[in-house]
Design a protein around this ligand. Structure first.
Ligand SMILES: N[C@@H](CCC(=O)N[C@@H](CS)C(=O)NCC(=O)O)C(=O)O
Length: 127
């Protein structure tokens, strides 16, 4: 079964759980408390050298980064509804994934974490 290294407060993890539920794919959650710094353990760094969640493990394959995981799930577990097979369709999906990784992450997501967790760091998503 797929394993998702997750943290409940993470928007990057949330979007993967939304796609997994749309695709009806079963998975196991490995729940991390970021404030206990489980994501910086040697065992987890072996899975993701950046020490960040989300990470997806599918058998012998390990995928880090939410955009890459969305791409992987839609390619492997869907019939083209979420990720078109043609070059232009794929480019249009990737252009929106880039918006999520830049414009949305650096504005709404930062503001959410800043207020939700009362954090004052320049990059409140790093724990
Ligand atoms: N580019 C990565 C960013 C992942 C990321 O920023 N994860 C945050 C939680 S949403 C994290 O692990 N923060 C803890 C840290 O970096 O120390 C992705 O899209 O998955």
């Amino acid at each position: 079964m797929l394993k998702l290294y997750d943290a409940n407060i993470s928007g990057n993890c949330y979007k993967i759980k939304v796609l997994l539920s749309f695709l009806n794919v079963e998975y196991e959650i490995i729940d991390f408390d970021l404030f206990k710094r489980q994501h910086k353990s040697a065992e987890f760094i072996a899975l993701n050298e950046f020490g960040q969640i989300p990470v997806l493990v599918d058998g012998n394959e390990t995928i880090r980064d939410s955009q890459a995981i969305l791409f992987y799930l839609a390619s492997k577990y869907d019939d083209g509804a979420w990720l078109p097979k043609d070059a232009l369709g794929q480019a249009k999906v990737i252009q929106w994934l880039s918006v999520a990784a830049n414009e949305i992450f650096n504005s709404f997501a930062m503001a959410r974490v800043y207020h939700l967790l009362n954090r004052t760091e320049i990059d409140p998503c790093r724990v």
